[in-house]
Design a protein around this ligand. Structure first.
Ligand code: 0RQ
Length: 499
C-alpha cells in the first residue's frame, strides 16, 4: 500500500483544538474506533496540563463507545451533530459541556456542502473495509455522510478495519446528488435500485495515512422483548394487516422503514409472525438484528439502508454469508437512504418511536420532560413527514406507571399532528386520519392511554371545553410533567387546582 501506516497516536497528533472533523459511520457501524481513543487520551493529557482541547464533529448519526463515548468522557467534544445516543455524551450535552445541534439526517450532508457549517472540514476519519493506492475505498457497514465528508475534508485518515475481512465490495451504492439549481431526480424507483458506485473515490492527495483496526461495530444489545413491547409489535402488525385487507395498502405491500430502539426492534420481530403480511421490502436507515432474521426467513425480500446496526454475532453471520446478503441489501449514504423525494415516491410506511405523544397527536421523540436531550430526531422526521402512512409507537406508561406516555401536551415537539397518522401503544391503535383535534383526543385516550390515566386525560379535556379548536387549558397543559418533576408521579395531578 502506498499510504503510510500510522499508529492511532500518530494520527491523533494531527488533531488540534477546535478542529472541524468529519467521521464516517451511522449508528455505531462504520464509525472510527481507534484514532478516536487516541484523541481522547491526548485530550485528557492536555486538559491535565491546563490546555484547551475539544474537536467539533459531524458524523452520519450516532457512533459507539469507542468514539462518542470515549471522547465525551474526556470532555473532548466541542460541537456535535447530527445525532447521538451515548449516555456519556448525553450528560455532556445536557450539562452544556458539548454543544449539540440536532438535524434531520437527510439534511446533514447537503448543509455541509452548501457551506452552512463553514467552508471545509480540517480533518476526517473514514473507516473502510478496503483501500486501493488511487484512493478508491470500500466503506464499512455504516455509510452516513462519507462522500460529502471526503469531499469537504482537507486531510483524511483511513481506518482499515480487519474485522470486515475485505468482504464488503458490492454491498454499497455510493451516490452524491447534484446541488441546486442543478439537482435532478434521484432515480430510485424501487428499494433495490442501484444508481451509484460500489466504491468511493477519495482524492489520494488528502489521505495522510492508514490506521489499522480490528473491532466490532459496538452496537448496544437490545433489552429482551417483554409483554409490553411484544404487544406494541402485535398492534402495529394488526394495523398493517387491517390496512392490507381494506385495500389501502396494495396487496404487493409497500416498503417499510423502522426506527431505532427496543420498541422498533419489537415491532420488527412482530412482523416475523404476521404471516398475512406478504414478504416485503424495506427502505430504511438502520437495519437491526430483527431485519437480518426476517431476511433469512424470507419475510424481508430486500432492504435498502444506511447501516447494518447489528450485534457482533449478527455482524459475523452477515460477513460469513456475504454473497446472500449482497443480493438482499444495499447500503447508501444517509442523504439517499433518508431522501424525502424517494420516500414519498416509494410510498414508504414509516414506523418510529415516541417518548411521548399528546392527545392531539403531536410527538416528542427527543426531550425528556421537555428539556433533557435523549438522542435526537435522527431520521424519524425525514420518514414521518414524507411517508405513505406514518406510525408512532410507545408504551402507554413508563417507570411503573409514574409516567404516562400519553399526555395533555407534549413537552417538546418533534413531529406535529399534521405528520402523524397512527399512534400505537400496548393498549391499542389510534387511527388519526381524517379526525379533528377533539376526535383525535378521544380516540387516543380511549385506545392508547393506559387505563390508570384515561380519566385524568378525559378530565383535562373537560377543563378545556371552551378552549377553541384545539381545546387546551394552557396553564394546565404541562401539569403531567410539572407533577412528575415535583412528586415523581404523574398520577398525582389534581385538576381542581386549575379549574
Ligand atoms: O429509559 O433506559 O432508563 O430504561 O427512555 O425508552 O421504551 O426503551 O424505548 O429504546 O425504543 O427508545 C424515542 C428514545 C425510544 C428512540 C426513543 C425512557 C425509558 C427508557 C428508552 P431507561 P424505551 P426505545 C431512525 C429514527 C428518535 C430517533 C429516531 C429515539 C428510555 O426511539 O431516540 O426515531 N428516537 N430515529 O424509560 C421519560 C418519557 C419516557 C421516558 C421513555 N415519556 N419520559 N423517560 N422513557 N419514555 C434511526 C436513526 O435516526 C438513526
Amino acid at each position: 500500500m502506498k499510504f503510510p501506516i500510522l499508529t492511532p497516536e500518530e494520527a491523533a497528533e494531527l488533531f488540534f483544538n477546535d478542529a472541524k472533523c468529519g467521521f464516517s459511520g451511522f449508528t455505531a457501524p462504520g464509525s472510527p474506533k481507534v484514532v478516536t481513543q487516541a484523541i481522547a487520551a491526548k485530550a485528557e493529557k492536555l486538559h491535565a496540563q491546563g490546555e484547551p482541547f475539544k474537536i467539533n464533529i459531524i458524523t452520519g448519526a450516532s457512533t459507539s463507545d469507542n468514539c462518542d463515548g470515549v471522547l465525551a468522557r474526556a470532555n473532548a467534544i466541542g460541537k456535535r451533530t447530527p445525532y447521538q445516543n451515548h449516555p456519556d455524551l448525553r450528560k455532556r450535552i445536557n450539562a452544556h459541556d458539548a454543544h449539540y445541534f440536532d438535524l434531520h439526517l437527510s439534511e446533514a450532508a447537503q448543509k455541509l456542502r452548501y457551506g452552512f457549517f463553514g467552508d471545509k472540514l480540517d480533518l476526517a476519519i473514514i473507516e473502510v473495509s478496503d483501500i486501493q493506492d488511487d484512493g478508491t475505498v470500500v466503506v464499512g457497514t455504516g455509510v452516513g455522510n462519507v462522500p460529502t465528508i471526503a469531499e469537504k475534508a482537507d486531510k483524511i485518515i483511513i481506518e482499515l478495519n480487519e474485522k470486515l475481512r475485505h468482504a464488503l465490495y458490492g454491498l454499497h451504492d455510493i451516490y452524491l446528488p447534484l446541488d441546486p439549481p442543478h439537482r435532478t431526480e434521484i432515480p430510485i424507483f424501487k428499494p433495490s435500485d442501484r444508481i451509484g458506485s460500489p466504491v468511493l473515490k477519495i482524492n489520494p492527495d488528502k489521505i495522510v495515512g492508514v490506521v489499522m483496526s480490528d473491532h466490532y461495530e459496538g452496537v448496544k444489545a437490545f433489552t429482551p422483548l417483554d409483554d409490553t413491547t411484544k404487544q406494541i409489535g402485535a398492534n402495529v402488525c394488526k394495523f398493517l394487516m387491517s390496512e392490507l385487507h381494506a385495500g389501502r395498502i396494495p396487496a404487493s405491500f409497500l416498503p417499510l422503514q423502522s426506527g431505532v430502539g427496543n420498541v422498533a426492534n419489537a415491532v420488527l420481530y412482530g412482523l416475523a409472525d404476521a404471516k398475512e403480511i406478504p414478504p416485503f421490502e424495506m427502505y430504511t436507515e438502520v437495519m437491526q438484528d430483527a431485519v437480518i432474521d426476517l431476511m433469512k426467513k424470507g419475510r424481508c425480500k430486500f432492504g435498502s439502508s444506511c447501516s447494518l446496526t447489528v450485534s457482533n454475532e449478527v455482524e459475523d453471520e452477515v460477513i460469513d454469508n456475504i454473497e446472500f446478503f449482497k443480493e438482499h441489501l444495499v447500503l447508501r449514504p444517509s442523504e439517499i437512504s433518508n431522501n424525502p423525494e424517494v420516500i414519498r415516491r416509494l410510498g414508504v410506511i414509516a414506523m418510529n418511536t415516541a417518548l411521548e405523544a399528546d392527545i392531539f397527536g403531536n410527538i416528542n421523540s427527543t426531550h425528556v420532560t421537555g428539556t433533557k436531550m435523549m438522542n435526537g430526531i435522527g431520521g424519524s422526521g425525514d420518514f414521518t413527514r414524507n411517508a405513505y402512512i406514518s406510525i408512532f409507537s410507545c408504551p402507554s406508561i413508563t417507570k411503573e406507571g409514574k409516567i404516562s406516555n400519553i399526555v395533555p401536551m407534549v413537552s417538546h415537539v418533534d413531529h406535529t399532528e399534521h405528520s402523524v397518522d397512527i399512534i400505537v401503544t400496548d393498549q391499542g391503535i389510534a387511527d388519526l386520519r381524517g379526525l379533528d383535534p377533539v376526535e383525535r383526543a378521544h380516540v387516543i385516550i380511549d385506545n392508547c392511554a393506559h387505563p390508570i390515566y384515561r380519566e385524568l386525560l378525559r378530565d383535562y379535556l373537560k377543563l378545556s371545553t371552551h378552549g377553541g379548536q384545539t381545546p387546551h387549558t394552557l396553564h394546565a397543559s404541562l401539569a403531567f410533567h410539572t407533577e412528575f418533576l415535583s412528586s415523581g408521579d404523574m398520577r398525582n395531578v389534581d385538576w381542581s387546582k386549575f379549574a
